[in-house]
Write a protein that binds this ligand. Sequence first.
Ligand code: ADP
Ligand code: MN
Length: 255
Amino acid sequence: DRLDREIAEILGLDERREKDSELFKVFSEVFDKTTVETLSYFHRRGKIEQLLGVISTGKEANVFAGVDSRGNKIAVKIYRTYTTEFRRIWEYLAADPRIGYLPKDIRKLVFVWTRREFKNLQRAMKYAVRAPEPIAFRNNILIMEFIGDENPAPRLKDVEKVLEKRDFEELYEFSMNAIERLWKRGDMVHGDLSEYNILIWEKPVIIDWSQATVKRNRMSLTLLYRDLRNIINYFGRKGVAVDDLEEKFKELTGD
Ligand code: ADP
Ligand code: MN
């Protein structure tokens, strides 16, 4: 039917003639009716012309490289609507003062989660913290700027072996600046900052804003402490003269 044809188009199945491509495999394993309909919605509006390949398959979401109708590359993060992470997602959302109503239904909860990540990306950009530019969201799908060229940009973890002391020092500065600016100016905390969520490109870019929240959240201090600890420990292991964790935490939280 129409949806099937549209999906074949989005996945480029006609051109490639490989129904067993990795893209198709990942697609069929995790995509339900909502996802297919949402993809089709974006397709009709030119936001997603085609998905080109799988960048990452995670517990909560899969990330695809794609292209819009103008030929711009995009990153498409598609949350699973049936996730085992329900409890964690629920707890994080329940603590966020920006979220008014929490749906009981897991699908709808994932939609709220997706929208929150989009809002977090906007907020990070507003405070000049480098993140992929958010483009659109609907239901469980988030479209954002693609970081990379032919291939997606590597994560800090992927390139750490070829980096030098000077690089680590700069990246440490970058990370600490981001934490501080987010907290002080943006009243915000990333909450999952690590070598896995920093992409190394022309300039470093912080990704994966799904856990990010505002200072008013009762979990925000815990999240801030966690980000500081991850960054300080990681760069400390790489030989950077890092700040003292407790001191930095006190300095930022003012007691
Ligand atoms: P997860 O919750 O699965 O960790 P992420 O948002 O970190 O989700 O995305 C998973 C992976 O997808 C990242 O580690 C990165 O390699 C890739 N990725 C995510 N966003 C982008 C983007 N905007 N551009 C390029 N690659 C991306
Ligand atoms: Mn991640």
